[in-house]
Ligand binder design. Structure first.
Ligand SMILES: Cc1ncc(C[n+]2csc(CCOP(=O)(O)OP(=O)(O)O)c2C)c(N)n1
Length: 328
C-alpha cells in the first residue's frame, strides 16, 4: 500500500499543477482580470494530491468552498475549469457557477458549494449512493474546520455512522475561518477527537506532508471499502490566502507557513533526497505544466459570456421519467 517512486512523482506533479494554476488564478483575480469570487487552496496542495492516489475513478469527491485543488487532482476538465473561472459559456458550469462551483460528474466530483457546512451532508448523500450502487465505491468529503462547527457535521456523520456509509470525512484544518482563529471557536484540540461521539475512527495528520496524508487516508479508504463505515481524517494545514487577499490573515503567520511549512518545497526536498527528482526533471515538469495552464487560460479568455435567456436553464433537474418535462 506504500507509494512507489512513480506515485510520488505523480503526486508532486499534481501539487505543482495545483500550486501554479491557483497562483495564476489568484494573481489574475487580484489584478481585476477574473470576475466573481475565488477561494484558493494555496498552501493546502498536499491533501488533494495525496488523495489522487487513494481514490479510484468510480469513487466520489465532494468539497466545500475551497475545492479547486480537488477538482484538479481528480483530473476534472482543466480547460473547462479555466473557462469557468472567466465565467464563460464554455466553462464546466456554462459560466454560471464560477470558481466555487466546479463540477465534473464524469469524474464523480462535486468540487464546491458556497454554503459552509453543506459539504458534510452532501458527503453522506453520496455515501448512500455509493452504498446502494454496490460497486465498492467510497466517498471522500472535504471541508474546513469552521465547517465542522455547523450542526450539519454532527447530523451527517452520525447518520453515516449509523448506516455504516463508506465515507471519509476529511477536515482540512487551516486554523482560520473568516475572522477567527480556531482557538476562538473550537473547544476540542483536534477535530478528529470528535469521532469518538460517533464511535468511528478519527485520525489527525500533518496535512502538509502528502505521504503521511496518503498513508492514513489509504487505511481509512480500505476500511470503508470493506464495509466498516465512515471515519474522520483531520489534515492540519494552513491557507496562504483567504479569498485572494491576505486581509484577514496575520502576515507573520502566513510568512511562517510559507517559509517553513510549504508543502511543495518540503516534498521537493524529500524527493531530491531520495534521488528521484533533480533540478532538470523539476524544470521539465514545471515547463509542461505552465504550458498547459497557458493554453487553458487562452481557452477561458476566448469564451463567450452566457446569454441572459440561458439564466434559468440547468436550474432544475429533469426527472429521468420525464426528460421532455421541463422544470419541477
Ligand atoms: C452558511 C454559511 N455561513 C457563512 C458563510 C460565509 N463564509 C464563507 S467562508 C467562511 C469560513 C469558513 O471557514 P472554514 O470552514 O474553516 O473553511 P476555510 O475557508 O478556512 O477553508 C464563512 C463563514 C457561508 N458561505 N455559508
Amino acid at each position: 500500500m506504500a507509494l512507489t517512486e512513480k506515485d510520488m512523482l505523480d503526486v508532486y506533479e499534481t501539487m505543482i499543477l495545483i500550486r501554479e494554476s491557483e497562483s495564476q488564478m489568484t494573481s489574475l483575480y487580484q489584478n481585476g482580470k477574473l470576475p466573481g469570487h475565488i477561494l484558493p487552496c494555496l498552501g493546502q496542495e498536499a491533501i488533494p494530491s495525496a488523495f489522487s492516489k487513494v481514490l479510484k475513478g468510480s469513487d466520489f469527491v465532494v468539497t466545500g468552498h475551497r475545492g479547486g485543488g480537488h477538482y484538479i487532482a481528480r483530473g476534472g476538465d482543466f480547460k473547462g475549469m479555466w473557462a469557468e473561472l472567466y465565467m464563460k459559456r464554455n466553462g464546466v458550469m456554462k459560466g454560471k457557477g464560477g470558481q466555487m462551483h466546479l463540477v465534473d460528474m464524469q469524474k464523480n466530483t462535486i468540487a464546491g458549494n458556497a454554503i459552509v457546512g453543506a459539504t458534510w451532508v452532501l458527503g453522506t448523500g453520496a455515501g448512500f449512493a455509493a452504498k446502494l450502487g454496490k460497486k465498492g465505491a467510497i466517498v471522500a468529503c472535504f471541508g474546513g474546520e469552521g465547517a465542522t462547527n455547523r450542526g450539519t457535521f454532527h447530523e451527517a456523520i452520525n447518520l453515516a455512522a449509523v448506516k455504516k456509509l463508506p465515507v471519509i470525512f476529511v477536515c482540512e484544518n487551516n486554523r482560520k475561518q473568516l475572522w477567527n482563529d480556531i482557538s476562538e471557536t473550537t473547544a476540542v484540540k483536534n477535530i478528529a477527537d470528535r469521532a469518538a461521539s460517533y464511535d468511528i475512527p478519527g485520525i489527525t495528520v500533518d496535512g502538509n506532508d502528502p505521504v503521511a496524508v496518503y498513508e492514513k487516508a489509504a487505511k481509512l479508504a480500505e476500511r470503508a471499502r470493506d464495509g466498516d463505515g465512515p471515519s474522520i481524517l483531520e489534515c492540519k494545514t494552513f491557507k496562504w490566502t483567504d479569498s485572494g487577499s491576505n486581509l484577514r490573515l496575520e502576515k507573520e503567520e502566513v510568512e511562517y507557513w510559507k517559509t517553513r511549512k510549504d508543502p511543495v518545497a518540503l516534498f521537493k526536498k524529500k524527493l531530491e533526497g531520495m534521488k528521484i527528482l533533480d533540478a532538470q526533471a523539476d524544470e521539465k515538469i514545471r515547463k509542461a505544466i505552465n504550458e498547459k495552464i497557458e493554453k487553458a487560460i487562452e481557452f477561458g479568455q476566448q469564451g463567450k459570456d452566457p446569454l441572459p435567456e440561458e439564466a434559468l436553464e440547468d436550474v432544475y433537474s429533469i426527472p429521468v421519467s420525464n426528460k421532455t418535462g421541463g422544470a419541477h
